[in-house]
Design a protein around this ligand. Structure first.
Ligand code: ASP
Length: 428
């Protein structure tokens, strides 16, 4: 999603972040407490952010349905290939779940988002004019038990859930999309072809809308950062830095501990030699922020450097580029919980559980393109009562995190390809 000419989009977004923050901090230093500053935040800066966010939000529901159904239909196809498919699926789910849990444990341990004074938070929520927090407070009285929460994952009426996606309907809608994808692969390619074509087209068009909306992101981010820094001051920046370090550290931990262990134990290879062999792939992923763009490079490395059997690696890597995104899953979990802490939204056990499930599914349903996970984060935030505006706060530092999580996404695909190859050789 880089700009055709001039500065790249992510550079412009970063400039938006700096400009909004500096103006906000200056405003707070010079006019702190003056109602006119709050007026500027509400009536000038915030609408800039709202226009950008609304353009993203409107594409989210069709995007999620199409992306998830297609992702699962593809995994379902490998399911038919038998043992290789089943092992790929099992490892994908296991690695994604471990990744999310590492992230979630990190947020609970270090609490990077906690620390804003309650009155600052209140002013911030007011300046962002978000209804999400109010709604969460309203819903707090009607907390459901864990069993009921689990039962309600299965939708009665998916259309109603689509309408309510921002108010808690996302998980049931995801469940429906998942079943649609699974059933597409069960009815077979001939009968599923038309629907697959429709979903592919919906996905492409929605991604285009988001790409167009991203053109406004530099202004949206500037507006939202102005509101945040004029209200919360330097403290907000300190929290943002903590969030950045936590995501980067958790990604590194997953790479160095989880993947290394799997490579040593399941593949019986030296993790160091493995990472050296795929260093070109990792660098491509970092530079492009896109699993899809990196795919040809990983296919080549799997055969020429890692010497994996071609059928298995082609199979696992092609599916994995969209369906196995551990870095993205980890990042989604951390981001949603961080922003919940930032806005002082207490998540119930059920809600935290939803975040974990949604983050794992996000790894399956996210397009392997730069910033592919952002639309999904926006809706997950809203659905657990955290202001979607939070996305404007993290967007400014997102590019570097996007580059890093993409490295993890493709390294995970290669690790699974190597594990499945090793298991096939030694099917004990
Ligand atoms: N850029 C990531 C990828 O291509 C997706 C994301 O997390 O935004 O793997």
């Amino acid at each position: 999603m880089s700009a055709k000419k001039g500065l790249a989009l992510h550079t412009k977004i970063f400039i938006g972040l700096i400009a909004g923050t500096v103006l906000g901090l200056l405003g707070k230093a010079l006019f702190g407490g003056d109602p006119r500053l709050a007026w500027c935040a509400v009536n000038l800066a915030n609408p800039l952010g709202q226009v950008f966010l609304r353009l993203v939000f409107m594409a989210v529901v069709p995007l999620v349905v199409a992306a998830l159904a297609l992702g699962v239909a593809e995994i379902g196809d490998i399911g038919r290939v038998g043992r290789v498919g089943a092992r790929t699926l099992m490892l994908t789910l296991a690695f994604s779940a471990v990744a999310v849990l590492i992230g979630v444990a990190g947020v609970n341990l270090f609490k990077p988002g906690a620390g804003l004074a309650p009155e600052v938070r209140q002013a911030l929520t007011a300046s962002l004019q978000s209804q999400a927090v109010t709604r969460n407070l309203e819903n707090a009285g009607k907390k459901k038990g864990l069993v009921q929460t689990l039962v309600e994952i299965i939708p009665k009426n998916p259309l109603a859930d689509a309408v309510e996606a921002f108010e808690g309907g996302l998980i049931p809608l995801m469940f429906f999309s998942l079943l649609v994808g699974l059933s597409m692969s069960l009815v077979g390619p001939a009968k599923a072809a038309a629907l697959k074509g429709v979903f592919e087209s919906v996905l492409a068009v929605m991604l285009k809308i988001i790409e167009l909306a991203m053109g406004l992101a530099p202004y949206g981010v500037a507006g939202l950062m102005f509101s945040v820094s004029a209200t919360a001051g330097v403290e907000a920046l300190r929290l943002l830095a903590g969030y950045f370090l936590l995501v980067a550290g958790a990604l590194a931990l997953h790479l160095l501990v989880v993947y290394s262990t799997a490579i040593a134990v399941i593949c019986r290879r030296s993790p160091l030699a493995f990472f050296k062999d795929i260093s070109g792939v990792m660098m491509t992923a970092f530079a492009t922020s896109s699993s899809n763009v990196t795919l040809p490079v990983s296919l080549k490395a799997a055969q020429e450097e890692l010497k994996l059997p071609r059928d298995i690696s082609n199979f696992v890597l092609t599916i994995g580029a969209t369906a196995n995104q551990n870095g993205t899953a980890l990042y989604e979990g951390v981001t949603v919980l961080f922003l919940a802490q930032f806005f002082g939204v207490d998540l119930t056990l059920g809600q935290q559980f939803s975040v974990v499930v949604m983050s794992i599914l996000a790894g399956v349903g996210t397009a392997g393109v730069p910033g592919g996970s952002l639309p999904l984060i926006a809706v997950v935030l809203q659905s657990v009562g955290v202001p979607g505006e939070g996305i404007g706060i993290i967007l400014g530092v997102d590019r570097l995190l996007d580059m890093s999580r993409t490295v993890l996404n493709v390294t995970g695909d290669l690790t699974i390809a190597a594990c499945v190859s090793a298991m096939e050789k030694d099917p004990a």
